[in-house]
Design a protein around this ligand. Structure first.
Ligand SMILES: Cc1ncc(C[n+]2csc(CCOP(=O)(O)OP(=O)(O)O)c2C)c(N)n1
Ligand SMILES: [Mg+2]
Length: 386
């Protein structure tokens, strides 16, 4: 008998694609009302194109064109549902696996890949409106939670100033803002101090924020059971965040709950937390071999819960026609070709470029390192290396 009885994770679609909202889902059903067939098809397209992109990038890495690739296969439902619930003015802080979210926000996927080819520190200019307030990928586990909370505090301060108030609201109710912040991270990241500190700070200042954890069951080779002795969503509740667990492979659950929580956050309802139960179908990265630490049965079990297949069945029942799926398959093929072409023709930066933009202004340490590199490179010219 568990110490605390957890409600069922929110689920609208069964793994077979039947629309059968469970008890936990009832309270969120109204959030789906605005989704007509066109919107549902768009969400399917988001997932299918992301998967094609992912597969192409894995191939490119295997062919030596990328140093590393981080696949998101299996997690598309959690990502697309939440990203489609965000408004254009919201800000998004990803980790390194949120390819579907990057695409939805308008980031050119070729620029996402550039980082994994080692030709850029970042890949896109966050201040350019074309990139949908999608901040840079963050490989230092959990640190983006602090960045996001700091940013969300600025949203509260801006709203406070706009309202002509001097101080943040003193009570439990936060400030109403026009925009919210989403931060994505993994189950393993919830063990990091940064994520816990971010939650405490967010609760203290009632930031308009959604913490979105994709519990894909693994932190490289460490299973979630090792790091979390209680369901992860309960940790957030302990910090005073509104927190809920969803079936992360059900795109409708991800959309509905994210939609509700983002609205609540913008209305001054404070920080919120979603634990999306999903699974990393592929390797942690292309440098990892998951057959060394997890059993095939587990993989097969989760492949049967694939977010794309279940949604395909559902939208077919809603009237999506064969011609739609044919078009998506053609678009996916075209995207893969575009990515391949973009990678193969990516300009190679001159080595000194790596020292630029590390700091906003010139910095003596960077200048010193750049000068050393130049001397070093030059030493191979004029036969000095012989
Ligand atoms: C601060 C820090 N510690 C360790 C690592 C090495 N590392 C990279 S990914 C990873 C596991 C992350 O697991 P999780 O948060 O579940 O995210 P997932 O990769 O499963 O999406 C670790 C430990 C790192 N990048 N940063
Ligand atoms: Mg994980």
């Amino acid at each position: 008998m568990p110490w605390v009885q957890d409600p069922q994770p929110v689920q609208f679609l069964t793994p077979d694609g039947d629309f059968a909202p469970n008890e936990s889902a009832q309270a969120f059903a109204a959030e789906l009302e605005s989704l007509d067939l066109v919107a549902l098809q768009e969400m399917y397209r988001d997932m299918a194109l992301t998967r094609a992109f992912d597969t192409e990038c894995t191939n490119l890495q295997r062919q030596g064109q990328l140093a590393l690739w981080v696949p998101s296969v299996g997690q598309e439902g959690a990502q697309v549902g939440s990203a489609r619930a965000a408004l254009p003015q919201d800000h998004i802080f990803p980790s390194y696996r949120e390819h579907a979210v990057a695409r939805i926000r308008g980031v050119n996927l070729v620029n996402v890949v550039a980082q994994f080819r080692g030709v850029t520190h970042g890949g896109w200019d966050v201040t350019d409106p074309a990139h949908g307030n999608f901040h840079l990928y963050t490989l230092v586990i959990g640190s983006q939670a602090l960045h996001a909370t700091g940013f969300a505090l600025s949203q509260v301060l801006d709203a406070t100033k706009k309202a002509g108030e001097k101080d943040l609201p003193a009570g439990a109710q936060g400030r109403e803002t026009n925009e919210a912040t989403i931060v994505y991270f993994g189950d393993g990241a919830t063990s990091q101090g940064d994520v816990n500190e971010a939650m405490i700070f967010a609760a203290s200042y009632q930031t308009p924020q959604l913490f979105f954890v994709q519990n894909n069951k693994w932190a490289i080779s460490v299973p979630v059971e090792r790091q979390a002795r209680t369901p992860i969503y309960r940790r957030a509740a302990g910090f005073g965040l509104k927190s809920i667990q969803i079936d992360g492979n059900d795109i409708l659950a991800s959309y509905a709950v994210s939609n509700r929580m983002l609205k609540d956050a913008r209305a001054g309802g404070g920080p919120q937390f979603i634990e999306a139960l999903t699974y990393r179908i592929g390797a942690h990265t292309t440098s990892d071999d998951p057959t060394k630490y997890r059993e095939n049965e587990e993989l097969l079990e989760w492949q049967a819960k694939d977010p794309i297949r279940r949604f395909e069945k559902y939208i077919k029942s809603q009237g999506a026609e064969d011609s739609f799926f044919e078009q998506v398959a053609a678009d996916a093929g075209e995207l893969a070709l575009k990515i391949r072409d973009g990678v193969l023709h990516m300009p190679v930066p001159e080595p000194g470029a790596m020292f630029k933009h590390v700091y906003a202004e010139e910095h003596p340490v960077m200048q010193g390192q750049a000068a050393w590199l130049e001397r070093y490179e030059n030493s191979f010219e004029a036969g000095e290396s012989a």
